[in-house]
Ligand binder design. Sequence first.
Ligand SMILES: Cc1ncc(COP(=O)(O)O)c(C=O)c1O
Length: 381
Amino acid sequence: MNVQQLRNILPVTNDTIYMNTGWAGPTPQTVIKRISETLEQEACLGPTSNNWLEVARDIRDEAISLVARELNASTDEITLTHSTREGLNAIIFGMSWTNSDEILICDLEHPALTTPASVLNERYGVNVNSVAIGATDTPSEIVQKVTSAITNKTKLVALSHIQYTCGLVMPIKEIAEESHKMNVPVLVDGAQTLGQIKLDMKDLDCDYYAAPGQKWLMGPVATGVLYVRKDHKQITEPIFSSNKIYSRNYPELPLSRLAMTSNNPALIAGFAESLKLTDSIGISTIEKRTLNLANVLRRNTSTSNKVNLLSTDSPESACGLVTIGLDNLAPDKLVEILQNEFTVVARTVKGPDGVRFSTHYFNTEEEVEKLSAILENLANR
Ligand SMILES: Cc1ncc(COP(=O)(O)O)c(C=O)c1O
């Protein structure tokens, strides 16, 4: 599917420069169609009929096998969730913690990780070791900072693969390698990666990976995935139990016991459809174009005195998230003006404080150039 074909099924692109996929991607009409057809089918067959239950199982299996392929994982290492946060919480609170334990995070993390870490501290006295990472740190600096912060108390390293504030791509593979030497498992927040960059769980070799459907995949809200590496499958404990499959006496423990509640088959069908769409473009094609568009934005800031790039421009750590600040406008004011006067959708972030733009495959170079000109004009107002 080429860019124009994708834009044709994303009505928002008709009159809006949509650059907030890092929060939620626009839903393609093919995904909406699949969701509504599935709801119709459920209503026609009857939600408890054998025929429907079989369809619902097929939809779940389809989504699991598509996402397993996207992650280069086995289907038995995947369970469907409702969000990134659900997967992260399932792992963090499935572990048992005491006041002699530490969790290692970093100071750029999203509340999806900082909040559970704070709760661990309040509830169990766990020490939260938050490593200070700069938005422009190099991969070797990051590996050094993280691994030197691991102590014999560290029970879990929990980090984003791409930092949401500034788009810094973290060297997760190297961090996992070093952490494993110290027998510490690694949980990864993949909220900004699935659908943006090529993922390979076998190569990354982290222990757990949580990701959503609604961002770069452009799937429905309330869909997501949790990857649990094979060797943790039987021993990872669920947060809560509501069914016999949660019992250790159950002969084969399926990973689905880690998900909070059952999923809505129509949304799972939409999730599957978004994975097929990503596949029809090709994740490497998406990754390349996303980065190229972001690089145009980065490059344009370098010719300006008043438009400040707050993200890294190093090729090994950059992606399709670019954070920018203007000297004369606070980030929230800039977001408001962009939306109200220019129908550009973006968001504020803190640390670094600025406005974050997401350039997805469906965005165009013309949109990026137009945005750059708007920013330059606003900076000189
Ligand atoms: C890095 C990061 N983690 C977690 C989340 C939350 O994702 P979800 O709504 O899928 O739980 C976000 C959302 O912006 C994010 O950027």
